[in-house]
Write a protein that binds this ligand. Structure first.
Ligand SMILES: NC(=O)c1ccc[n+]([C@@H]2O[C@H](COP(=O)([O-])OP(=O)(O)OC[C@H]3O[C@@H](n4cnc5c(N)ncnc54)[C@H](OP(=O)(O)O)[C@@H]3O)[C@@H](O)[C@H]2O)c1
Length: 268
């Protein structure tokens, strides 16, 4: 198991009960070794069960989870991580993220960043990181925890929302960005330019989107319930895009953001 986040992972939003367990198990059988979940998805028990059934060594699977926005206060933070450990059936979680910065004025930023550092110090998380943090929040997080502690910032990134400012900042700090919705929830499949580039590589537009992200140094966590699409997404790791392919895909950026919560952070 590498000591850093694997570039290819499986998203598990909506993977619940037996059907969810089977979908995660099929991804593990294909070769996925990085599984992304969150307290708020309810998929932690499915992940724990799928990893157990896979028979893989615990150390061979990199598991990421996220502390829910509602659990960031001092009273709930640590107990929520204990519950995640139990649901995931593990002694230590590979990567624990803050899912969204808190919007509750009674929950200070310092408090949950300190708790995040504490769970790593206590050996409950091998790595720690954040999600949906703009640059200003990332800087603040590093001020509190010290540089080099934040492993990833998981944010929405796909060809239609390229997030270049944030990606460049994170990479300059040695933080690997993780792209959620790397397929723009399936929309990239219909893009004519991605399709044209895909044809050259005997690939699909979805694979090209994933390859483009990974070649920029961004980890990806596409989700699929279908074993066939999981395999196709996984195989995107074999594609090598040319400089000209990369430059053409860069032109698709149009600031198209899918996840827009009522009270979100000020994005870069
Ligand atoms: N940190 C956060 O705040 C946050 C927010 C959103 C999501 N996430 C994470 O990111 C993961 C991925 O996000 P997402 O599922 O919303 O979006 P996504 O991975 O961009 O897209 C998934 C959708 O695309 C379809 N799909 C998958 N592979 C395909 C392929 N090769 N060709 C065509 N269609 C394909 C899937 O359908 P089928 O299932 O039918 O294949 C599904 O409808 C989530 O599961 C979650 O783990 C994190």
């Amino acid at each position: 198991m590498p000591d850093t986040i694997p570039m290819m992972g499986l998203g598990t939003y909506g993977r619940l009960e037996e059907e969810g367990i089977r979908a995660i198990l099929s991804a593990l059988e294909i070769g996925y070794r990085h599984i992304d979940t969150a307290q708020s998805y309810g998929s932690e028990p499915s992940v724990g069960e799928a990893v157990r059934r896979s028979g893989l060594d615990r150390d061979d699977v990199f598991i990421t989870t996220k502390v829910a926005q509602k659990k960031l206060d001092r009273a709930q933070f640590l107990p929520s991580v204990e519950t995640s450990l139990k649901d995931l059936q593990v002694d230590v979680i590979d990567l624990v993220l803050i899912h969204w910065p808190s919007i509750d004025p009674d929950v200070p930023f310092e408090s949950y960043m300190e708790d995040l550092g504490r769970i790593q110090d206590q050996g409950k998380a091998r790595h720690i990181g954040v999600s949906n943090f703009p640059i200003a929040r990332l800087k603040q997080a590093e001020e509190i925890l010290g540089s080099g502690r934040i492993h990833t910032d998981q944010v929405e990134i796909h060809p239609f929302l390229q997030n270049n400012k944030l990606v460049d900042f994170a990479l300059s700090k040695g933080i690997t960005p993780t792209a959620y919705m790397p397929l723009a929830q399936g929309r990239v499949a219909d893009d004519p330019l991605l399709q044209e580039i895909a044809e050259k590589h005997d690939a699909s537009a979805s694979q090209v989107s994933l390859a483009w992200l990974m070649q920029r140094g961004i980890a990806v966590i596409p989700a699929s319930a279908s074993a066939e699409r999981q395999k196709s997404n996984f195989d995107a790791q074999k594609i090598v895009l040319s400089k000209s392919d990369m430059e053409r895909i860069a032109t698709l950026d149009r600031g198209f953001r899918i996840v827009v919560p009522e009270v979100g952070p000020d994005w870069d």
